[in-house]
Design a protein around this ligand. Structure first.
Ligand code: PGA
Length: 255
């Protein structure tokens, strides 16, 4: 997805929500004029059972929605898995793939993340491909090597046309849910490198949106979004409070 459309702000609800709580949160988000402003696109990625609620509540609205994971398989004997085509049937536009929590707790590898990315594209949705280094990797000076390996494995599996349709999210693992955000300079440095990898894949891919994620809050969003290669944010904790999520979206306007 191209960065030319403006900033993209995506909420990652993780394992949170209830029918009643979601109804209130979505209602508060839709009531705000911020989401209709040109220059920012917003979406929420919700647990699978709430896709139907999002379809009912958000169809035709300015707030997009999606899922947080997908099966690497199309169908078959894979108990508990959810296929991309099933998610797409609910009108979802986005699927997060390769989140660090899935890599850490569910054994996802660069190869499985690449397969999931393909499934999402085949189903006509936008994969939000998450990459990022751990604290140990950063301290060992391996940040560039790690994010290069993670992104290149995915890009290698895609045609130019497919690659132009993805979104990348750089989420340093040490910044997720810790309140410790990367400085805007640290984020920009990695984002600029990711942009060079996208350019190396082909000119058609250079404008793929690269989001920053990891403790993005209302008070640091504007600074992060002002960086040349930061095209928006993937928001965890702050996406659960309408006022915070809206303030982050507002920070994306005119940046
Ligand atoms: P956080 O999560 O904003 O709570 O740090 C971000 C993410 O994991 O996508």
């Amino acid at each position: 997805m191209s960065r030319k459309a403006g900033k993209l702000v995506v909420g990652n609800w993780k394992l949170h929500g209830s029918l009643a709580g979601n109804e209130a949160l979505l209602g508060d988000l839709l009531a705000s004029p911020v989401l209709s402003a040109p220059g920012v696109t917003a979406a929420v990625c919700v647990p699978f059972p709430y896709l139907a609620q999002c379809q009912a509540r958000l169809s035709g609205q300015v707030l997009g929605f999606g899922a947080q994971d997908v099966s690497a398989h199309v169908n078959g004997a894979f108990t508990g898995e959810v296929a991309a085509q099933m998610i797409a049937e609910f009108g979802a536009k986005f699927v997060i793939v390769g989140h660090s929590e899935r890599r850490a707790y569910h054994g996802e590898t660069d190869a499985s993340v690449a397969a999931k990315t393909l499934r999402v594209l085949d189903a006509g949705m936008t994969p939000i491909v998450c990459i990022g280094e751990t604290l140990a990797e950063r301290e060992a000076g391996e940040t560039t090597a790690v994010v290069t390996r993670q992104l290149e494995t995915v890009l290698a599996a895609l045609t130019l046309e497919q690659a132009a349709k993805i979104v990348v999210a750089y989420e340093p693992v040490w910044a997720i849910g810790t309140g410790k955000t990367a400085t805007s300079a640290q984020a920009q440095e990695v984002h600029a490198h990711l942009r060079s990898l996208l350019r190396a894949k082909g000119e058609a891919v250079v404008d793929v949106a690269v989001l920053y994620g990891g403790s993005v809050k209302p008070d640091n969003a504007a600074e992060l979004f002002s960086m040349a290669d930061v095209d928006g944010g993937l928001i965890g904790g702050a996406a659960l409070k309408a006022a915070d999520f809206l303030a982050i979206c507002e920070a994306g306007l005119s940046r």
